[in-house]
Design a protein around this ligand. Structure first.
Ligand SMILES: Nc1ncnc2c1ncn2[C@@H]1O[C@H](COP(=O)(O)OP(=O)(O)OP(=O)(O)O)[C@@H](O)[C@H]1O
Length: 627
């Protein structure tokens, strides 16, 4: 038997196009060929289980090898093999029709990148690294003859009788000049580790040497000897393929270490397992996030039937859960289509919702089962929860039951609990409950103390995401608003109409205002004389809540650019009921008045960390003079 033929594709120039555009990702040839071998092996095993094959299966290990001299890479399996007819059908027609389709799509694509890398080119990808590809195969079918196929990368092929005596298929790649880098042990090992580490059939790549104990020497010391064994590069049953009740915490932790060797232990994990209406398994871990860098380094890995596909899971996992680590395996995620299609795919949407729900359920369960442990972890998981509540309404609905807020005393509350707690003391005349918060407990300490003196509670909202979380809470919670503790003087933070009368006459107030304006000499500060609690500080500097928030958002890139341009504007509240104000009014001359006023303002600035540079030096000099 010898036959020459032409592969039935219409586009003659497929090879150069694909070679050129797939070049950056050409290592996937190995993934494609090894998975074909694994598929063939699994089919063979299934036939045996079904009783359609009664012979001996033999050792079904798939083997990858290379020969630097001959410049070949060989992938061989003991799968079901192919007859000459089958090679013609599956390789010439099916494998190559995939390539033809690629070129077809490529022609119409607006963005070539959308297609490249997402297109499963299967067997065809061999030509990205080989100038000639050979197949030697013997089918499992009784009386089958071995077949040999050879193709030099043009659309011509040759098929003849083969020499293979053992059931299965061997694919030999004659590596082209540009791809000789692949004829290297470490290069190939690296690619196998990346894509094939969890394939369901053992894959052998060369041998490895281990040092094993070998009795004792005369002095009673343990002897060692080197033992050569097959280098099996994969774990055939990774934990996500098992049932959660077969697994211990150690199993999950050691798998995490296997995926991300340099990382600290994760906080907890979720085992995903659905088979209807789509198929998905996986394990997602909540990492201990130390810094941004680590977040980007460790990504969720996407598999399809245990073959690694990508760690760009952007469209499959909801954005806020991109912080998670682990694996997702789903044969239902379309990988050979463009990105825009992926977003519209209904399975992808369902998967998205499923993952969101699972994560919410797990958090809810942890919260219910061990509130204390949950509170201890809050620093690490708070970011996920808040981000999720801001970005997905569905998650907000679930998250509101287990999202925590922490006050300056280190106590944790759910949002509902907190509202109940502060309602009696922090509700204003319009029935609005005001949650007070601090973004920097050190800087805002004097305000926190003043608020506490009035029996107000203060929350700590100091993470970058909190400004957005605050907005979200205000939108969602009824009759509730949030105010930073330094948005006004304590007496006025919550407007209850029970203000202190101002002991100053109108004339005196005007005079005090003048003195302070002169002392300040700064347009960014507007002075107001108010009747406040005599125990409060004589001067308090505040920035109004709305303005400050807009400026904060402009700074963190929240699209409030206009506010970012405005100069800072502060209110300087003078406590007309304070002794110091009386002293200023009674001072002998204008100079003394200004000096006292300056001192009082500087003290306020100092307590808020606003006094810096020249002003600070000047303040110290003035203070020394006064003692
Ligand atoms: N090692 C093998 N043993 C037996 N059959 C094989 C082997 N390699 C390829 N085939 C046959 O050739 C066909 C085409 O392979 P190809 O890799 O191009 O596509 P595929 O595996 O069907 O899909 P994909 O594009 O996802 O890889 C396979 O479906 C299979 O029937």
């Amino acid at each position: 038997m010898q036959e020459k033929g032409t592969i039935s594709i219409h586009t003659e120039n497929i090879f150069p196009i694909i070679k050129k555009f797939l070049y950056s990702d050409n290592e996937i040839f190995l993934r494609e060929l090894v998975s074909n071998s694994v598929d063939a092996t699994q089919k063979m095993k299934r036939l045996a289980t079904l009783g359609q094959y009664t012979g001996d299966l033999g050792d079904t290990t798939v083997e990858v090898s290379f020969d630097k001299e001959k410049k070949t890479i060989t992938i061989s399996d003991r799968g079901l093999g192919m007859t000459a007819e089958e090679i013609k059908k599956y390789i010439n027609q099916i494998a190559f029709s995939g390539a033809a389709e690629f070129v077809e799509k490529f022609k119409d694509a607006k963005d070539a990148n959308e297609i490249i890398g997402k297109f499963g080119l299967g067997f065809y990808s061999a030509f990205m690294v080989a100038h000639t590809v050979e197949i030697n195969s013997l089918s499992y079918q009784e009386g089958a003859e071995s077949a040999k196929w050879i193709c030099d990368g043009s659309t011509q092929f040759e098929i003849s009788e083969g020499t293979r005596t053992e059931r299965g298929t061997e694919v030999i790649l004659h590596i082209n000049e540009e791809s000789e880098e692949f004829l290297d042990k470490w290069k190939l090992q690296g690619i196998l580790d990346k894509y094939c580490k969890f394939l369901p059939v053992p894959i052998k790549f060369g041998t490895k040497t281990d040092s094993v104990e070998d009795g004792k020497d005369e002095e009673g010391k343990t002897k060692y000897k080197s033992v050569e064994s097959d280098n099996i590069i994969n774990t055939t049953s990774p934990i996500w393929t098992k049932s959660p009740n077969e697994l211990t915490d150690e199993d999950y932790l050691s798998f995490y270490k296997e995926l991300y060797p340099m990382s600290e232990d994760p906080l907890f994990w979720i085992h995903l397992n659905v088979d209807y209406p789509f198929n998905l398994t996986g394990v997602l871990y909540f990492p201990k996030v130390k810094n941004e860098f680590e977040l980007q380094k460790n990504k969720i890995k996407l598999f399809s039937r245990q073959v690694f596909i990508t760690d760009e899971v952007k469209d499959i996992v909801p954005e806020f859960l991109m912080l998670l680590h682990g694996v997702i395996d789903s044969p239902d995620i379309p990988l050979n289509v463009s990105r825009s299609f992926l977003q519209a795919d209904s399975n992808v949407k369902k998967i998205n919702n499923y993952i969101t729900k699972k994560v919410a359920d797990k958090l809810g369960e942890l919260y219910k089962k061990d509130r204390k442990g949950y509170e201890e972890k809050w620093n690490d998981i708070g970011l996920f929860v808040k981000y999720g509540m801001i970005s997905e309404d569905k998650f907000y609905e679930k998250g509101k039951d287990f999202a925590l807020v922490k006050n300056t005393r280190g106590e944790f509350f759910t949002i509902e609990e907190y509202k109940e707690k502060v309602k009696p003391t922090q509700t204003d005349k319009d029935e609005q409950t005001i949650f007070l918060y601090a973004t920097d407990t050190d800087k805002q300490d004097s305000f926190i103390q003043s608020a506490n003196k009035k029996d107000y509670d203060v929350l700590v909202m100091d993470s970058p995401i909190d400004s957005h979380f605050i907005q979200q809470l205000e939108q969602k919670l009824e009759k509730t608003s949030l105010k930073r503790v330094d948005a006004d003087v304590a007496d006025k933070l919550i407007n209850k109409e029970e203000s202190f009368a101002n002991v100053l006459t109108e004339e005196q107030s005007t005079k005090v205002k003048e003195v302070f304006e002169k002392a300040l000499d700064n347009k960014s500060f507007s002075v107001e004389v108010e009747g406040l609690n005599p125990d409060e500080l004589p001067v308090t500097i505040t920035m109004e809540e709305f303005m400050r928030r807009m400026k904060d958002m402009a700074q963190t890139g929240g699209g409030m650019g206009f506010y970012g341009q405005l100069p800072d504007h502060y209110k300087v509240a003078i406590n007309g009921n304070h002794k110091v104000v009386d002293k200023i009014l009674k001072a002998e001359n204008e100079e003394d008045q200004t000096r006292l006023a300056k001192q009082a303002v500087d003290l306020a600035m100092l307590s808020q960390g606003m006094l810096k540079g020249k002003d600070l030096t000047e303040f110290v000099r003035r203070s020394v003079e006064m003692i």
